[in-house]
Design a binder for this molecule. Sequence first.
Ligand SMILES: [Zn+2]
Length: 433
Amino acid sequence: MKRLKNFNFFAEKGCNFVTFWYNSSIGYKVVTFQKEIGFVNFMFSDKLFSRKVLSVVLCLATVFVTGFCSYKIDSRLTALRVKYSGKVIATIKEKAEFDDAVEIVSRTVCGSNVSDALEEPTYTEVLVTEDQLNNTADVAQAIIENTDEIAQAYAVTVNGEVFACMTEPEIYNLLDEARCRFEQGENCVSSFTDTVEVSCGYYLADQILSAEDTRAALETLSVETSFTAVSEQDIPFNTVKEKSDELLMGKTQTKVAGKKGKKTVSEQVVLQNGKEISREQIAASVTEEATDAVVLVGTKRPTGTVRVNTGFVFPLPKGVWTVSAYYGDGRGHRAVDLACHAGTPIFSAASGTVEWAGWEQGGYGYSVVINHGNGLKTRYAHASALYVSKGQQVSAGQNIAAVGKTGYATGNHLHFEVLINGNRVNPAPYIGL
Ligand SMILES: [Zn+2]
């Protein structure tokens, strides 16, 4: 029971009574002295009080003090003094109150099996006044403060679950360190992918980690970092084609060299745990325009050259071919094979009439046969394209087809035959091989 801290005396001048209030744990007690017994006159009379009045006052005072003391003695009750962890921590009415306090501790302290961490109390019977009793919340607080296994700590929670505990507020720095661990440069913004918060509370000692362990644990949290990257990038140039009848077909020549331009590009980059997951251009400014390249493309059709001694035009352009098979090699090959690139123009060896232009059986693929008259014919086989048709008149050196590997051919080449009265003869002398 608390001491009589507040003994208030209230009296209003002119009132019919005087009231004493004193404060106890059970509320305010009010003692009223009526005016009739002359007390008020004694307290507030401007005149000197008489001996008679004084004796009445003393008498009343005695009665009052005696009553007060007897009240005090009468209000004492038996209670239990709780000794916990070697220390008196509370005075309670009955043991059940300690159990209630343990219940509060279990709800307050974070961790499973909190009750396992608590010690058994001992009780001593004592006589106390009502206001010397402790309430359950005070007992719970005393249990928490006197249990070695319980500590006040800071906890990082991830999506509401306790993730790491530490007793020092340094945990805030470690958390920032973990969040910003992938930042490079100053304009980075980082955030945890999960909901990460810090709360302060009571935790079981076995949950509390060292700074080093906390740092290691926090570094496993997923982090997204974004920043603006500024870079200088090339602008590729376009190539414009221009026809030229001075260049042979299939030939190209650079007239104007292209030049790459330059631009400054700002990009929003997002990293997840340091790995780039997105990059989006947010601004770009051209610092140097690109210059188009101009390329000349030849349109001039090639023509063959007439061999003076035979009157035959070589069926391919100069210097683009090699002999891959002669007439009469081991397999009874009655022609010459001239290997060269696909698309190389094939020239008519002499003037005449196209007797055949199309797909020809016997492995020839696309072929042209020209009748030069007087029993003389020439055949051009394995073409990739034909430029003449049956019955057409052709001149010597006219581009009649393009080299290919249609029919029975393993590589691009011209299979050239010379026929005299239907017999295939060696073409070599006709074309000066
Ligand atoms: Zn052949």
